[in-house]
Design a binder for this molecule. Structure first.
Ligand code: NAD
Length: 498
């Protein structure tokens, strides 16, 4: 059985733990590897190594740090298919989805390669007569990242490359459900020339997260995962006086106006709701039909019913299995609950099977209409291939509904009206808005800006905000005395001041 190693002090080491977590292939539920539950000594060694490495890494010239990122970007591209295959084996994602997961991470590494410009401070000459002020952006020290199962390439790559490019060292605690992809990512980072100790990988669950939350040498923590865990991490981390950013769950609405392009609406609703088995924090899980657009509901249901899940290398598969039997059970329980609550089940994804893979965690595409905001299927993030449709009379009503929702990760509007789009973009209380784009994930030169219950903290992931998150600003106010200028009498000295 493949045992996933830890990465401490620049060495891949086998954990001395006696507790191991099974890593499974969600299409078969076969155990493909085991991840260690890192011991206290191993975690302390990881922090010590990161602390020591920080002393030298922060002094490495910024362009040289950027060059590590350039080499890393090239290596990730060279190994793109291979990483995607590893990723597909432990998440069940289709090959295209798996490649997309890696690609979105590569884009962040490209952004990190731009770190010299991102680290530029500010200057003002003559803040008082003869006095100048200028600021430097300096690294914090040891930072840590705790990542979820659903994007095992992209989300670790949101974190460690940019943190390290800023001059920090890093401890990554990936999801215990898919640790093989982050392991490969870090192997390639090492090959790109990252010095020993700059990044460490520890594995485990709650106890390892608690260690990170409590260790006084860890200065900043980036978390992505579910709401309950995010709130816990934000509270405990900030109570320990650490800088914390916590990206959490979501319930994303797509508002469909009656003047929208109907065929675009149908194909986009299908892809955005059940793509990646609905296991995306930016998935569209609620379609809000305004006025007559509700007449398209049967056609969307018909299109959804044709979509089939399958294994990673099946070219006809629209998406893969969900991550675990527990996740499948949870999603199916929600579908049953929706029926009991009185929503109309137009497409039922329960009891889904895929030929040749009887043990996979399959959930078929599912759609409800007549969903109201008091139903549990509306209130909870189902995190499966389930679309809830609800109906309102006006754009104003749609705005009220979306704004009353406690989450604020992403939303979109489909319309042919610039005025409707402008009003929606301006008034909606959600951090990432798509106009005729269903899943508006910003590219890395912007930031990933979820709002409300979907995010705790102030500085977001990637873009300029992440550079601020992983750094301190030092502002210098300086005065020099002309009387201290040595008399310039040598042959090369041309400055003479009176
Ligand atoms: P999760 O919260 O179960 O796990 C995330 C991480 O927290 C893992 O590393 C896990 O080991 C750790 N963890 C789990 N339980 C813990 C506990 N009790 N105490 C401390 N640590 C704990 O999340 P998941 O199921 O892996 O990921 C799916 C969730 O992530 C969804 O809610 C999704 O919306 C969210 N997500 C959000 C974003 C975003 O940007 N907002 C992006 C991706 C995923």
């Amino acid at each position: 059985m493949k045992k996933v190693p830890l990465f401490i002090g620049g060495e891949w080491v086998q954990s001395k733990t006696d507790r191991w977590i099974d890593v499974t292939n969600p299409a078969t539920n076969e155990v493909i590897a085991q991840a260690p539950v890192a011991t206290q000594e191993e975690m302390l060694a990881a922090v010590e190594s990161a602390k020591q490495a920080f002393l030298t890494w922060k002094e490495v010239a910024v362009p040289e740090r950027a060059r590590v990122m350039m080499r890393y970007q090239a290596l990730l591209k060279e190994h793109h298919d291979e990483i995607a295959e590893i990723l597909a084996s432990e998440t069940g994602k289709t090959f295209d989805d798996a490649k997309g997961d890696v690609w979105r991470g590569i884009e962040v590494v490209e952004h990190a390669a731009n770190v010299p410009s991102l680290l530029m401070g500010e200057t003002v000459e003559n803040v008082a007569r003869g006095i100048d002020s200028y600021s430097y952006i300096q690294p914090l020290g040891v930072c840590a990242g705790i990542t979820p199962f659903n994007f095992p390439a992209m989300i670790p790559l949101w974190m460690f490359p940019l943190a390290i490019a800023c001059g920090n060292t890093f401890i990554l605690k990936p999801s215990e459900q898919d640790p093989l992809t982050p392991t490969r990512l870090v192997e390639l980072f090492e090959q790109a020339g990252a010095p020993k100790g700059v990044v460490q990988v520890i594995h485990g669950g709650k106890d390892q997260v608690d260690f990170i939350l409590d260790n006084p040498d860890i200065k900043a923590i980036s978390f992505v995962g579910s709401v309950a865990v995010g709130q816990y991490i934000y509270r405990r981390g900030t109570e320990n006086m650490k800088r914390v950013q916590a990206f959490a769950g979501a319930k994303n609405h797509c508002v469909i106006m009656p003047d929208a392009n109907k065929s675009q609406v149908i194909s986009n609703m299908v892809g955005a709701s059940v793509g990646a088995a609905g296991q995306r924090c930016m998935a569209i899980s609620v379609a809000v039909f305004v006025g007559k657009s509700k007449e398209w509901i049967p056609e969307i249901a018909e299109a959804l019913a044709k979509v089939k899940p399958g294994v990673w290398n099946d070219k006809n598969a629209a998406y893969g299995p969900v991550i675990s039997p527990q996740a499948k059970q949870r999603i199916e329980n929600f579908i049953t609950q929706g029926v009991n609550e009185g929503a109309n089940l137009l497409v039922d994804g329960r009891n889904c099977t895929v030929d040749g893979y009887p043990n996979g965690n399959w959930v078929g595409p599912t759609m409800f209409s007549g969903v109201t905001t008091d139903m549990e299927i509306y209130k909870n993030e189902i995190f499966g291939p389930v679309l809830c449709a609800t109906e309102v009379d006006t754009l104003e009503d749609a705005l009220q509904l979306v704004n009353a929702n406690p989450y604020g990760n992403g939303t979109s509007i489909f319309t042919a009206s610039g005025a409707a789009a402008r009003k929606y973009q301006h008034e909606v209380e959600v951090g990432q808005v798509g106009i005729n784009i269903p899943i508006p994930v910003p590219l890395p030169f912007f930031s990933f800006t979820g709002w409300k219950g979907s995010f705790m903290g102030d500085l977001h992931a990637y873009g300029k905000q992440a550079v601020r998150f992983y750094s301190e600003t030092k502002t210098v106010t300086a005065r020099w005395f002309e009387s201290d200028i040595a008399d310039a009498s040598g042959p090369n000295m041309t400055i003479h001041l009176k």
